[in-house]
Ligand binder design. Structure first.
Ligand code: ZN
Length: 302
């Protein structure tokens, strides 16, 4: 089977949605991915489409794409019922990604006999096998097309957590998903860190930040946030959201602007850093892709 491009496959659907709903479709609401999963697959695979999108108790998984027993196959997407609407949309889009890109594996690879079962790390970060990364990329492109996102927050502009929150609402996804997507295209030097009790779960720099040597190593030891950080000192919500300037040396050699939002419901903090000043001389082209998978392994461990 010819590998399909996650981005190209998602962009084709986006073009179709633009035609049907108008280019301003996100002004009216996010992608209705639940309806899309059923209706779109019915059009492209009338004999073998996704029949149901179902809430389930899925211990250890955020979502699954499961084949039925009949031939030709019908499919179901299951999502863990504990997720809120934003995470649920991303999970369903991820499973639709497996359908669009990988469903042949169910008949060709014994590992996938029973379908695709996806952990939180796989859905949120594309961790694990390559197909998880591909489904993750598909979901991000489908729910947050870059042409629209760039109109909301141009690539050379600094984003506040409030603006990223607005983007999350526009696309019907979590603040985490909206932040990770923005980091993929911004040309500013920025970093987002998720932490619990002052320890990083994962951290992701923008490419410009990474290439200037700004990233956190959390692979071997838990990374403890600086004592002066908003998250570690549990600063008031208003101050955290507005942001503060941190002196050189607190986080990195240069001063940073730091913002933080605590999610009481999910019991973690999201910190956004903007690095001041011009980028130091670029490092050699390093493996940017790897700059981030290594970080959240702590989260996966815990
Ligand atoms: Zn998956």
């Amino acid at each position: 089977m010819t590998p399909k491009s996650p981005r190209g496959t998602a962009n084709n659907i986006s073009l179709m949605l633009n035609t049907v709903l108008g280019k301003d479709r996100f002004d009216k609401g996010p992608v209705d991915v639940q309806e899309l999963a059923v209706e779109y697959t019915r059009q492209i695979a009338p004999d073998s489409h996704i029949e149901h999108v179902i809430a389930e108790d899925l211990p250890g998984c955020d979502g699954a794409l499961v084949p039925g027993d009949s031939q030709p196959r019908r499919w179901a997407i299951m999502y863990d019922r504990k997720q809120n609407a934003g995470r649920r949309a991303y999970t369903i889009a991820h499973e639709l990604g497996h359908f669009m890109l990988h469903r042949e594996l169910v008949d060709n690879d014994p590992d996938f006999d029973g379908g695709f079962y996806c952990s939180k790390e796989a859905v949120e970060h594309g961790a694990g096998r390559d197909i998880e990364k591909e489904a993750n990329e598909f979901a991000a492109n489908l729910l947050m097309p870059l042409d629209d996102y760039r109109r909301q927050i141009p690539s050379d502009q600094l984003a506040s957590l409030e603006r990223l929150g607005d983007a999350a609402s526009r696309y019907g996804v979590s603040l985490t998903a909206a932040s990770l997507r923005w980091l993929e295209y911004t040309t500013t030097r920025a970093m987002v860190i998720a932490s619990v009790d002052g320890f990083a779960l994962w951290a992701k720099p923008s490419e410009a930040a990474f290439k200037s040597g700004r990233f956190l190593r959390t692979r071997s030891d838990p990374f403890e946030l600086p004592a002066a950080s908003l998250a570690a000192r549990k600063a008031p919500a208003k101050e955290s959201l507005e942001g503060i300037r941190q002196n050189a040396g607190i986080w990195f050699p240069e001063p940073t602007v730091e913002m933080c939002m605590r999610s009481d419901k999910y019991d973690f903090e999201l910190t956004l850093l903007h690095f001041e000043g011009r980028a130091p001389a670029y490092q050699a082209e390093d493996e940017f892709e790897d700059s981030y998978t290594q970080f959240f392994k702590i989260g996966a461990r815990g």
